[in-house]
Design a protein around this ligand. Structure first.
Ligand SMILES: Nc1ncnc2c1ncn2[C@@H]1O[C@H](COP(=O)(O)OP(=O)(O)OP(=O)(O)O)[C@@H](O)[C@H]1O
Ligand SMILES: [Mg+2]
Length: 387
């Protein structure tokens, strides 16, 4: 069918034509935003899920909801090896400046900007001369310890937002790349917001290990956050995600075609968008048949192998690639470290550094039971296809 009319949206962060199966998460986010605005204690959220399940799409959607509800919004992605101070500085500055333009919040926000100036100088953030004219104030967010300074700045934003009858939502993608100290500071800051009922909430997203990392950083993190899982879609949602966009384009799909896509993708959003997209392009008539879907499978896998899967493996060193290859040769996960070591003819201890490095690259994670598994769904079969 006409590729120009193809509704599907394969690709990182691309909004799907039908955001299926996520109503519960969106509703929880809506409630958190609404409560924050009303000055009621509201829960921050951490969306936890494997690669390609739709976390970034959800963050973008929650940002839109929050904007509609009148909150100030900031969205950032934690890059590997970047400090939280540097990441958040421009966002906090934007929010404070915007609040300083509101009469009722002006005084607090202006003080906040002074604190921010101290913060930038103590954390050596290059501000490019933009702070000229703002006098520093001693003792405001200038300890140089992010665990003290970040909560102070959040408090200032929270109070200014409260005075202006506004709120602030901070959206952070790829939270697993934050250092432990930074994650701790963020949790302390949010804890303060919740204790003082200030209108600041965070919605973070990242790989499943964040729940444990947060708990290790601060034991009360468990109660501070909601941790909705963002997983594969159930059968009904997966069907809706495929069928509704097709119907909206005045086309249709045979039940057998729908069924095969739903089953063989196991409901994984990244896979489903790619396959539905290829099938649409290959279909001759306006009714997508089982044959259209079936014959598009190989092309879909090739696209994923060259794109979605390949970008992950390209980040690994040779030794790390051997490690994940040994994992995939054992079958589908989760995997015991002892089995991997045995398959590689190595000791577990000697593999420690490779294991840690692959985890820090976000490629594998340690499950609740201490096993290892891939963060990319269906990665083991991909590795086996490479031979
Ligand atoms: N609820 C949904 N229904 C159908 N498709 C979806 C849904 N959510 C996301 N998708 C599709 O899944 C793909 C991956 O989405 P997204 O990039 O948000 O995943 P992610 O979890 O952020 O992945 P990563 O961990 O790699 O960053 C996109 O093509 C998107 O359109
Ligand atoms: Mg993402």
């Amino acid at each position: 069918m006409d590729p120009y009319r193809n509704p599907f949206a394969p690709g990182a962060g691309s909004r799907p034509p039908e955001l299926a199966g996520r109503d519960g998460i969106l509703e929880a986010a809506r409630i958190s935003c609404g409560r924050a605005l009303k000055g009621r204690s509201s829960r921050s959220m951490m969306l936890l899920g494997l690669r390609g399940t739709g976390k970034t799409v959800l963050l973008n959607e929650i940002k839109k909801i929050a904007e509609r509800d009148g909150l100030l919004t900031s969205k950032v992605e934690a890059p590997e090896g970047e400090s939280l101070a540097r990441l958040l500085y421009p966002e906090m500055r934007k929010v404070m400046r915007s609040l300083s333009g509101i009469e009722s919040a002006k005084q607090i926000a202006t003080r906040g900007l002074k604190g921010l100036r101290n913060f930038a100088s103590i954390f050596k953030i290059d501000v490019g001369g933009v702070e000229v004219g703002i006098e520093p104030e001693l003792g405001l967010a200038d300890s140089g310890d992010i665990q003290y300074d970040l909560p102070d700045l959040f408090t200032m934003i929270g109070r200014a937002a409260q005075a202006a009858d506004r709120g602030w939502i901070l959206l952070i993608d790829e939270v697993q790349y934050l250092s432990e100290a930074d994650l701790s500071a963020l949790i302390v800051a949010l804890h303060r917001m919740s204790q003082e009922s200030l209108p600041v909430v965070m919605v973070g997203a990242g790989l499943p290990q964040i729940a444990r990392l947060a708990g290790e950083a601060k034991s009360y993190a468990e109660r501070l956050f909601l941790y909705p899982g963002v997983g594969a879609l159930d059968k009904k949602s997966a069907s809706t995600a495929i069928e509704r966009p097709i119907i909206d384009e005045d086309a249709s799909i045979e039940p057998e075609a729908l069924q095969t896509i739903v089953e063989r993708t196991q409901g994984y959003p990244f896979f489903l968008q790619e396959w539905a997209s290829v099938t649409w392009n290959n279909a001759e008539g306006s009714k997508i048949t089982f044959n259209d879907a079936n014959q598009s499978y190989t092309e879909t896998l090739a696209l994923l192998d060259e794109g979605f899967f390949k970008v992950r493996i390209d980040r690994l060193t040779k030794a790390e690639t051997q490690f994940v290859k040994a994992m995939s040769d054992l079958g589908d996960g989760p995997y015991a470290m002892g089995d991997i070591a045995k398959a590689m003819g190595r000791t577990q201890q000697s593999l420690g550094p490779a294991r840690a490095s692959i985890i820090s690259k976000g490629m594998i994670y340690s499950t609740d039971h201490g096993y290892l598994d891939f963060t990319v769904p269906l990665f083991a079969p991909f590795m086996r296809r490479q031979n």
